[in-house]
Design a protein around this ligand. Structure first.
Ligand code: BTN
Length: 252
């Protein structure tokens, strides 16, 4: 159903009890011409998915939503909005937790609490024939009350970190409000302010990391972000730029 939205005016809310994946529904809506600002929010997902084809287990109680955007730029450039999403989730979470909470960002788009994954972000886009993006879906999953055990990267929830139990709609509103600000900032000032804010709370800068790429792995020191958002890894021989991959502690 669509109705009067509890979100900022920029958005229109499509609320569902259950869906295969909010990203999938947002994509269907994009392909039939839906305008920027659509938010698809579901109580649960039957085929929630994460990056690199992983499953995102989606029982009731946590937050699952996707925003449809139509930003100007190439697929590479609009991927910077994943950092806007991470910042919005991080700021929303910090507004509910003690200020000293060890919240950190892990490249490219994860939000960690005390080193455990609180939220994941899945970007999907389609480019038009001129190379510019036609639509971008920003899918966000936040563990509010439960989290999966035995994941490759350990997970946590807001409740496990000591926050009051928070309703998904409250968190949705908190995140979308902050995301809209970062989206405006990106449109106006580019990626630099997002990069600076993200680096202030980055996980493991200067530490030994292992980066899993599509067909290989790299180890080295996490040397920062390039101006476009790619990860920089110092292998000892050279500083390499990684556009897509999964980061783990070197020993992990
Ligand atoms: C990841 O960390 O691998 C990304 C996880 C993204 C999960 C969210 S939940 C809402 C949206 N719908 C999906 O199917 N996936 C994203």
């Amino acid at each position: 159903m669509t109705g009067r939205s509890p979100l900022p005016d920029f958005y229109r809310l499509l609320r569902l009890d259950e869906v295969d994946s909010t990203n999938e529904e947002a994509k269907r809506q994009a392909q039939t011409g839906a305008a920027e600002g659509l938010v698809v929010w579901a109580d649960s997902q039957t085929s929630g998915r994460g990056r690199r084809g992983r499953v995102w287990v989606s029982p009731k109680g946590n937050l699952y939503f996707s925003m449809l955007l139509r930003p100007q730029g190439s697929a590479g450039a609009v991927a910077q909005l994943g950092f806007a999403a991470a910042l919005a989730v991080g700021e929303a979470a910090l507004s509910l937790l003690p200020p000293e909470t060890p919240l950190a960002y892990k490249w490219p788009n994860d939000v960690l609490l005390a080193g455990n994954k609180l939220a994941g972000i899945l970007l999907e886009s389609q480019a038009a024939s001129d190379g510019k993006v036609d639509w971008l879906i920003v899918g966000i999953g936040v563990n509010l009350v439960s989290f999966p055990e035995l994941t490759e990267y350990p997970a946590t929830s807001l409740a496990a970190a000591g926050a009051e139990i928070i309703a998904p709609l409250t968190m949705l509103s908190a995140i979308t409000t902050r995301f809209e600000r970062w989206y405006e900032c990106w449109n106006r000032d580019g990626f630099a302010p997002l990069r600076d804010a993200w680096l202030q709370r980055v996980q493991g800068l200067g530490e030994a990391i292992r980066v899993r790429l599509a067909r290989s792995e790299m180890t080295g020191r996490f040397a920062g972000l390039d101006p476009a958002g790619a990860l920089l890894i110092d292998t000892g021989q050279s500083v390499e730029r990684v556009a897509a991959g999964d980061v783990f502690p070197a020993a992990g």
